[in-house]
Design a protein around this ligand. Structure first.
Ligand SMILES: Cc1ncc(COP(=O)(O)O)c(C=O)c1O
Length: 405
């Protein structure tokens, strides 16, 4: 038993939640389509990466207390915020993140768009490893740069990795200006280890490539796994790194639109600050700030319990698939609350799977075909929900995909 409630179903209707909307969902991802709107079973979206679970009580209380103050005037990022963020990184992940290195933005993606526009000359390249979170592609192309990709390797045991020789070949391209490292990697669930990250740091130093390390899922570690923040490797890595972290994924606060962009190197930070000033960005939402401070200071036990819940959901899903849909393979998961499933054994085209999921099961999963090389035939399942919701979705998926007709 845990003192935290991850089982109560919370109705999000009437909240304009992107995941439940029939309109364009978060980050320009397509809407579920007309079939979603028709009469029938209540839809279950296990798609967009937010949770069907309430944020920690300590966060809610801190935000309510801040609201009770009554004044929401222009607010600066305060020392308490910087200290709480730093202490969290040091205590949970062993990284001495300097408080003064933190800049705040409305989200990882808005920051990435701005950084590419400001730091990557038009026509130069930004490297992504596929399967890749699709909005990264838009962030690059819409900011005037060119996408170049490196496909992750897939071991016999289902564990993804990186072929360092081919990665180096990509980084050695003189047109590559930035590497977007997703650590841990959405969608494949790898938490890159110190050795992998060290090799990346050496390669990026050798070829003078800026690293954007997206660590927004970094706190969401499956039991028994450890997260290695990229900049914790040392100054040689940190000096050409821009890191995104925060509590938006960790504690289901993405709608508060607050994230850290951490730039340990003072010279690089000055450039990022100039870009931020030039974009007219200033200050922080005081309610979000209060919530984040409380989350970092008091949310650890909730997070530990959450990850036990996610691990339990995954275990349930794996058992269910083995029993009812053995053609589907669940890939190993070290981090995030997103499971990556290989559906190729079903022998169905991805479009047919999507059509059946939407029309018959009325369950929405993310179609791996949108994630580039290595993604087709895979689907991403969001496990951050009450167990009963997952159970119902799995039953419906089994009915929709279990026969060939
Ligand atoms: C790896 C990764 N980066 C960034 C984002 C989006 O972050 P934000 O909403 O802060 O722009 C997501 C959301 O799903 C994500 O999974």
């Amino acid at each position: 038993m845990t003192e935290f409630d991850f089982e109560t179903r919370i109705d999000r209707h009437g909240t304009d939640a992107a995941k439940w909307s029939s309109q364009l969902a978060a980050h320009g991802q397509p809407a579920p389509g007309e079939a979603w709107l028709s009469e029938g079973l209540e839809p279950i979206p296990l798609s967009v990466a937010d949770m069907e679970l309430a944020a920690p009580q300590v966060v809610l209380e801190a935000m309510k207390a801040r609201i009770d103050h009554g004044i929401f005037g222009y607010t600066m990022v305060g020392e308490a915020y910087r200290q709480a963020a730093s202490d969290w990184q040091r205590q949970r992940h062993g990284w001495d993140m300097p408080g003064e290195a933190i800049l705040t933005f409305q989200g990882v993606l808005p920051a990435l768009y701005m950084l590419i526009r400001g730091m990557v000359a038009p026509g130069r390249k930004v490297l992504l490893q596929t399967p890749a979170f699709p909005p990264f592609v838009d962030a690059i192309t819409q900011s005037g740069a060119v996408v170049t990709t490196h496909e992750l390797t897939l071991g016999e045991d289902g564990r993804y990795g990186m072929d360092m020789a081919s990665l180096e070949a990509r980084l050695a391209d003189p047109d590559v200006a930035m590497f977007v490292l997703c650590n841990p990697h959405n969608p494949v669930g790898r938490a890159w280890d110190g050795q992998e990250l060290e090799t990346i740091a050496q390669l990026c130093e050798r070829h003078d490539v800026l690293v954007f390390s997206d660590e927004i899922h970094g706190d969401l570690m499956m039991p028994g796994h450890r997260f290695t923040p990229y900049a914790s490797l040392g100054v040689h890595a940190a000096k050409r790194a821009i890191i995104a972290n925060g509590l938006s994924k960790t504690m289901n606060l993405a709608g508060l639109h607050l994230c850290n962009i951490v730039v340990p190197d003072a010279g690089l930070r000055e450039r990022v600050e100039e870009l931020s000033n030039a974009a007219g960005l200033f200050g922080v939402n005081p309610v979000s700030q209060a919530g984040f401070i409380a989350g970092w200071r008091q949310g650890g036990p909730w997070l530990d319990a959450l990850m036990a819940h996610i691990a339990g959901n995954r275990e349930h899903m794996v058992g269910f698939l083995a029993d009812r849909l053995p053609q589907i393979r669940a890939m190993p998961m070290e981090a995030t609350y997103l499971a990556w499933l290989d559906l190729r054994g079903l022998g169905m085209a991805p479009d047919t799977i999507v059509e059946r999921l939407v029309a018959r099961a009325r369950v929405r999963l993310e179609n791996g075909a949108a994630y580039g090389q290595g993604g087709a035939g895979y689907f991403r399942v969001n496990l951050a929900c009450p167990r009963a919701m997952l159970e119902e979705a799995l039953e419906r998926i089994a009915t929709a995909l279990g026969s060939n007709r």
